[in-house]
Design a binder for this molecule. Sequence first.
Ligand code: SAM
Length: 350
Amino acid sequence: MGYIPKIILPPTPSAADLLRTYKLPALRRFAQNFLLDPRATSKFVACAGNIENKFVIEVGPGPGGITRKLFEHGAGKVAAIEKDIRLFPALQTLANAVDSRLRLYLGDILDFTIESVIPEEITNQHGSWESDESSSSSPIHLVGNLPFNIAIPLLIRWLKQVSTQSGPFSYGYRIPITICMQEAVAGRIVSDALLHQRGRLSIIFQNWFDCRIKHVFSGRAFVPAANVNVAVMQLIPLKRPTVDVTFDLLDKVTRAAFHTRNKKMSITMASLFPEETREENTKELLGRAHLKSDTMCLALSVEEFGQLAQIYADIISRPRPIHEQLDRKINTEELTFKLGETYVRTEKKD
Ligand code: SAM
């Protein structure tokens, strides 16, 4: 994006004033807990790092408290996607003050194609993850103080796109994501091995992102107050994933591992295989991964989970002998097996 001089905002009503002017109570339906105090919005924006002259996509701007701070911190342009139409007159007041630098979109972020709002001047540049030494060179930033119930589904969607370098991540930039979530959930994402918060989220996020908690707000910082502490989390896509594995595979193996947290790997991994081959496949999986059968899933590193996923993929991709694929109810008198949708029956001849 060409250089855009830092904006000096003309006097504009604050987000808190706008909520009063437009008589906008926070709606429980949209899980609205607004960040209105200018020191708090400034803190949030500082967590995003250097956004000077960058194109920022803000998810769920609410009445625009964070949006306004984005401009004060030097953002070049902002695209804001909001689901609650009541907030648009308030957001439009800010849009009028910053000329064409703020674009507003009405929509649900969970089915919004965010790459469609990125200007051509950025998509045409096309960077490269290989040559991109630092995420600060990304001309795009993703930010949002979103409802807690949206944060994880949205991050998983972005994680899948990072894993295939698709969607907004298809232009060669390691786009930093700065997002609010419950402190407890953020703790699970950044957790190291052997800690009690360690779980599926730790493994899948750490395989593709550098994950950091940048700040923790007390719930009282929000209007109305949130009933838990809120972490500002920053996720920066790694240049290369820790282990080269598909999202679906790593997700499947970590789901199985952490389904019942206190069991040994030999028990949790067994659930990945069909009953007939369970014992031998589990033994092979753990043997090839050099893991003891009584290893606990909490103790495993991201690399070890990645390796397990790769070996699991290898085992299940092997053609299985026909006798293992046969219907379990058959006996030696009569063979019934499934070919597509057709059952073929072989009668025993005298
Ligand atoms: N970012 C603002 C702030 O900090 O004051 C608002 C925060 S409030 C927790 C979350 C905002 O996201 C609300 O404005 C809400 O209407 C909006 N929102 C909720 N679900 C959404 C969705 N699926 N897509 C887009 N926006 C959503």
